[in-house]
Design a protein around this ligand. Structure first.
Ligand SMILES: Cc1cc2nc3c(=O)[nH]c(=O)nc-3n(C[C@H](O)[C@H](O)[C@H](O)COP(=O)(O)O)c2cc1C
Length: 160
């Protein structure tokens, strides 16, 4: 059940990595650019080009979605059950919402996936071990992401 912190994180990031289980039992991990909180119990993502994810869910609803803030180096992992909708409601409402909020073109949206969240756990980088402050971690990461180099200039990679 997403709380306020979870909602803020998902809204700010708007993207998740979606893991499903293939029929042969092998995991399938798919980066999605589009993930939102749908309501108090569900995440939602449109299938723009995720044929493997959708096919997996048809046979096995087990799914995990990871949403991570790469700057603050925190996130959530959501375990749940995925259901695929291809027409009618709630498909139409989902497509309308993504069109309104993100300008998502409805044409390539083959289906919409609602994930009933059965459990949500925080993800925290080991960079926080030892009591490091979020501000410092975020500043360091921001510098790395923008310069692509070692911002501190000491050649050390921070853990996590
Ligand atoms: C940064 C990034 C963002 C992506 N966003 C989406 C997305 O929002 N929706 C989607 O269906 N596919 C998206 N994709 C493409 C799928 O991840 C890709 O087609 C993947 O191979 C689908 O795997 P699957 O068929 O196993 O689900 C994205 C890929 C990347 C690298």
């Amino acid at each position: 059940m997403p709380d306020d912190d979870t909602r803020r994180l998902v809204a700010a990031q708007g993207r998740g990595f979606v893991a499903t289980v293939r029929p042969d039992g092998i995991p399938n991990l798919s980066p999605g650019g589009t993930t939102e909180v749908w309501d108090d119990e569900h995440l939602v993502f449109p299938d723009l080009y995720s044929p493997g994810t959708v096919a997996d869910l048809a046979g096995n609803p087990a799914v995990e979605v990871n949403v991570v803030d790469p700057v603050r180096r925190r996130g959530y992992r959501f375990r749940g059950a995925g259901e695929v909708f291809t027409r009618g409601e709630p498909y139409d409402r989902i497509v309308r919402r993504f069109g309104r909020k993100r300008g998502t073109d409805p044409a390539p949206v083959g289906s919409a996936v609602l994930v009933r969240v059965l459990g949500a756990e925080p993800l925290v980088s080991p960079a926080y071990e030892g009591g490091a402050a979020e501000e410092g971690i975020a500043a360091h990461r921001r510098a790395r992401l923008t310069s692509g180099t070692d911002a501190a200039g000491d050649g050390r990679e921070e853990p996590g």
